[in-house]
Ligand binder design. Sequence first.
Ligand code: NAP
Length: 291
Amino acid sequence: MAAKSLDGKACAENVEANLKERISSLKSKGVNPHLVVIIVGEDPASKIYVGAKERACERLGIVSTRHSLSANASEIELRDLLSKLNADDAVHGILVQSPLPDDLDELSLTDMIDPNKDVDGFHPVNLGRLVQGRMDGHLPCTPAGVMRMLEWANVDLTGKRAVVIGRSRIVGMPLSLMLAAKGSNATVSIVHSRTENIESHCQQADVLIAAVGVAGLVKNNWVKNGAVVIDVGVNRVEDTSRERGWSLAGDVDPDVSEVASILSPVPGGVGPMTIAMLMSNTVNAAEKLSR
Ligand code: NAP
């Protein structure tokens, strides 16, 4: 039997519906939740992501402002802008769209954002809280979205073996911490490009999460019968059946549907949840900063 498709769009709509009430309550107190996105250069994918974030703000009545800087913007220019936004009481969330041009130091710029306004959840203070097992900071949006999807699908993680493929600062590492945290209680393994015999690790997983960036890497013989599989990967693959010549594919081969019990699709899985969690962090920030 084919795996149940874990509909990230429906889950995101559920998250957004809950946020609407909180946003109207903020507005009734004169607080307009406000997200600022800084984009540097002309990366087409970044522009698509920023557009999707702005549309979500519009749907929810969150104010959004975009600062577009040229690809040769200096680090000083960005630092000045971040200082101004940190000091602006009308701004609740600040996000610097990744990737930045090579000559800009993404980590040191992230360090500059007020942790209360760091709605991406990448500031060391927020990641540090996560390491401490505290869920009261801003959590990184994609891992938080995966956790919310699992909860929404009633997947009980306690005592389950979870394998995360990928150890990035943005997805794999924080997600592994969230899965292992008290309350979630999974037993977690992290595998990566230097792991030997990766499929043997994956075959043990009750919950398998792929955050790699290699289309179709996870094959159906890597997956235990009945496992829950979450596909975070977003990869452009050639597709001559499309006028534009490409389509999006995940890290998980579609044949995995034959063995998994639940599989998140790409597109329409983790992607919408990432944006919903960004909206959620922005509302959390507006509530916290206006107290
Ligand atoms: P990343 O920073 O490039 O990290 C990729 C990770 O995968 C690294 O840990 C790398 O190992 C590991 N890896 C690479 N090739 C591998 C292989 N053949 N076997 C096993 N592990 C391998 O990427 P990321 O930012 O975490 O993103 C991962 C994927 O998720 C990408 O496709 C990205 O587009 C997608 N993504 C989606 C969303 C969304 O909202 N849907 C959000 C963020 C990212 P090493 O550490 O050893 O190099």
